[in-house]
Design a protein around this ligand. Structure first.
Ligand SMILES: *[C@@H]1O[C@H](CO)[C@@H](O)[C@H](O)[C@H]1NC(C)=O
Ligand SMILES: *[C@@H]1O[C@H](CO)[C@@H](O)[C@H](O)[C@H]1NC(C)=O
Ligand SMILES: *[C@@H]1O[C@H](CO)[C@@H](O)[C@H](O)[C@H]1NC(C)=O
Length: 357
């Protein structure tokens, strides 16, 4: 354990890179005991029609989904930047596309806009907080009915108009996404907040321009896109925030490493409008906007939120990010916040490496 001096002058313990292992065995994933309809859930109440469980009921309607109700490492969370801990061991994330563009199919799943890369074009990530190589399975969009909401994660209680989630599975240990999602270290999700601007991110523009997005107006619509470069979706930064959590849809398995990129991507107001015009339903059913497809935030409990943002040079780390800049201060884990259990345990072992005073 190393101590550094934070901006506020207090001494702050840094998490060990693998401090999350300590809490891991408290939360084994549940075996699926019987076959169930995996899509029988919703984000919002429907005014007409039969009962479909909304987030507060997800964990109650089927035992295989009980982590949604009783899990202790659930996602999304509200990132309180004062709880973040600077971890100098966090290296930049590595994106590996093999230098090739990819094709993929964009779907209206009734719940999300989902882009699945075709199997011929492998994209994987490694490095950063990840101990394995993870293959891209899906790019998923969450967005709001208003500009003040739509992201699943919040930053100091504030939402963003949307959130892109790049969902990957551990290809070193598991054969496919389904197996990985319920297994230890199975999933890595890169999450990027969406903000509004005059100009659009070029990757998102391929998905969200009028010609393309209107092809998937209704549930089960699909549209093939070619020549995509996933690197275009990544903002220009190596800075991120990471924590251990869950997938944000039932069965809420607690197998995901989350990596939130410290810069947003932009879409235009027009593109956001097009997203809000997508229906959760088939064309012959009533129009029900897909927007606000977000799970409410879950308690952090004893988890660490680590970052490779070096607080002592904050001005250079987030030049264009008004939302993030003023908050990156605190960094005081003390004895109450994140990792306090771990810190006490390590102290017990007389295993402390005191850095600069
Ligand atoms: C963090 O930034 C400070 C000030 O620039 C620098 O002295 C320090 O070495 C940096 N720490 C790491 C781990 O990069
Ligand atoms: C990751 O992707 C690259 C490019 O597609 C590929 O060359 C490499 O073998 C992949 N790594 C693993 C572990 O599969
Ligand atoms: C995923 O892999 C497991 C284990 O190899 C296999 O039993 C299962 O059929 C696979 N599922 C899919 C959807 O390919």
């Amino acid at each position: 354990l190393v101590f550094i001096r934070s901006i506020s002058g207090e001494m702050s313990p840094l998490c060990e890179p693998d401090c999350h292992y300590y809490l891991y065995y408290q939360t084994q994933t549940q075996p699926i005991t019987s076959k169930l309809d995996e899509s029988w859930w919703a984000y919002k109440d429907v005014v007409q029609g039969s009962f479909v469980p909304v987030p507060s009921f997800w964990g109650l309607v089927h035992s295989a989904w009980n982590l949604c109700a009783i899990g202790k490492r659930q996602s999304p969370i509200d990132i309180e930047t004062s709880h973040m801990i600077f971890d100098p061991h966090l290296t930049p994330l590595k994106l590996n596309t093999g230098g090739r563009k990819m094709g993929g199919t964009m779907y209206n799943t009734g719940k999300h806009v989902s882009l699945r890369p075709d199997k011929a074009h492998l994209v994987n990530i490694s490095g950063g907080p990840l101990g394995y190589s993870y293959r891209l399975e899906e790019v998923r969009l969450h967005f709001g009915s208003e500009d003040s909401q739509g992201s699943e994660h919040l930053l100091n209680g504030q939402g963003f108009p949307g959130e892109v989630q790049l969902i990957h599975y551990n290809q070193d240990l598991y054969a496919n996404y389904t197996e990985a999602a319920k297994s230890p270290h199975g999933i890595a999700v890169v999450s990027i907040f969406i903000k509004l601007s005059e100009n659009s991110n070029s990757f998102l523009n391929r998905m969200l321009n009028r010609d393309t997005i209107t092809r998937i107006n209704y549930r089960h619509d699909a549209f093939l896109l070619m020549g995509l470069n996933i690197a275009d979706l990544y903002p220009d930064t190596t800075r991120y925030i990471t924590y251990e959590g869950s997938i944000t849809v039932p069965p809420c398995y607690e197998t995901s490493t989350w990596i939130l990129i410290n810069k947003p991507v932009y879409v235009t107001q027009m593109q956001m409008h097009s997203l809000r015009l997508l229906s959760q339903n088939e064309p012959y059913k009533i129009f029900l906007s897909m927007s606000d497809n977000t799970r409410p935030t879950q308690p952090l409990l004893q988890r660490c939120i680590r970052t490779n943002i070096n607080f002592s040079k904050q001005g250079r780390d987030c030049p264009n990010n008004r939302a993030l800049r003023p908050q990156y201060r605190g960094n005081t884990a003390g004895g109450t916040g994140c990792c306090s259990v771990l810190i006490n345990k390590i102290r017990h072992k007389q295993n402390i490496l005191i850095g600069q005073k």
